[in-house]
Design a protein around this ligand. Structure first.
Ligand code: ADP
Length: 259
């Protein structure tokens, strides 16, 4: 509690009493802690790839660059780390945009067409891992939405499924018209998520397996962005998952967003 006190005087300036004001600052303290953790996390996440970029560049300058095999190996690492840094910065920008603007530019769109367009971008990633990636549509999936934001939701969920599903698995996207909602399901036969981890995966920077996620280019921000964008569409997101069997992400979007 934050306490503020002030004396109450009568007309002659004599003390009549004291006013005490109590402010519950638990919530404020929590927010402050979240902000501090976030800054610490961002700094750590940015420093790690930069340290490795510097290290490999220095090693190359120190003479390792004369050997063609080492040169290729180290330059490849530098390129991969730069890609990861670029992805991280993009995710941070997307996160900050999605957190700032709860205003979306929503108008009637067809989710089916958006899903098809977006999944096409991810087909090469699926083919590389021999994962069968399919889209099923049930009914008329017209709804109020902001196309670039919806695309980002689909990309983040489907690319997670492709990342966390072993070679030869299956990823399915289902769009379905319900009475008042349009449902978007992304389902995979991947590694799954433990029940105790499920509530945490939407937190910024939370990764179940840091090493695996980082190696696959993960930043731990994808689902935090998804959650914000779904909420900006007045929708809800839920997850069902079993380790070793797979995961199922379900989003319900209202067909009409009241302004
Ligand atoms: P990342 O960039 O690490 O993938 P996300 O915010 O997208 O970050 O996801 C957070 C964590 O949730 C991931 O690190 C992973 O552990 C887990 N996760 C997300 N999607 C899936 C999935 N489809 N299958 C298994 N685990 C998942």
């Amino acid at each position: 509690f934050d306490v503020y006190s002030a004396p109450v005087l009568n007309a002659k300036g004599k003390l009549k009493g004291i006013v005490l004001v109590f402010h519950d600052i638990t919530e404020l303290k929590k927010l402050e802690q979240v902000r501090k953790d976030f800054v610490a996390n961002v700094s750590h996440e940015l420093k790690t790839p930069i340290t490795s970029l510097k290290g490999f560049a220095e090693t190359l300058l120190d003479g390792a660059g004369e050997n063609a095999e080492f040169r290729n190996k180290f330059l490849t690492i530098i390129l991969n780390e730069s890609d990861r840094l670029q992805a991280l910065i993009q995710d941070l920008l997307d996160l900050s945009k999605s957190e700032q603007s709860f205003q979306i530019d929503a108008h009637p769109i067809n989710l089916e067409s958006l899903v098809n367009e977006t999944v096409e971008i991810l087909l090469p990633k699926a083919e590389k891992k021999e994962i069968s990636l399919s889209v099923d549509v049930i009914g008329d999936t017209t709804m109020d939405g902001d196309p670039p934001r919806l695309k980002q939701i689909i990309i983040n969920l489907v690319s997670n499924s492709l990342t966390y599903t072993p070679v030869g698995g299956t990823v399915s996207v289902i769009v379905e018209e319900l009475e008042e909602h349009v449902k978007l399901v992304v389902k995979d036969t991947g590694i799954g998520i433990k029940e105790s981890e499920i509530p945490r995966i939407f937190e910024r920077f939370y990764r179940v397996d840091k090493a695996r996620s980082r190696n696959s280019g993960g930043t731990g921000l994808g689902l935090a962005i998804v959650k914000h964008l779904v909420e900006a569409h007045h929708g809800t997101i839920s997850v069902q998952s079993k380790p070793g069997e797979g995961s199922l992400f379900t989003i319900l979007f209202p067909k009409k967003i009241e302004n």
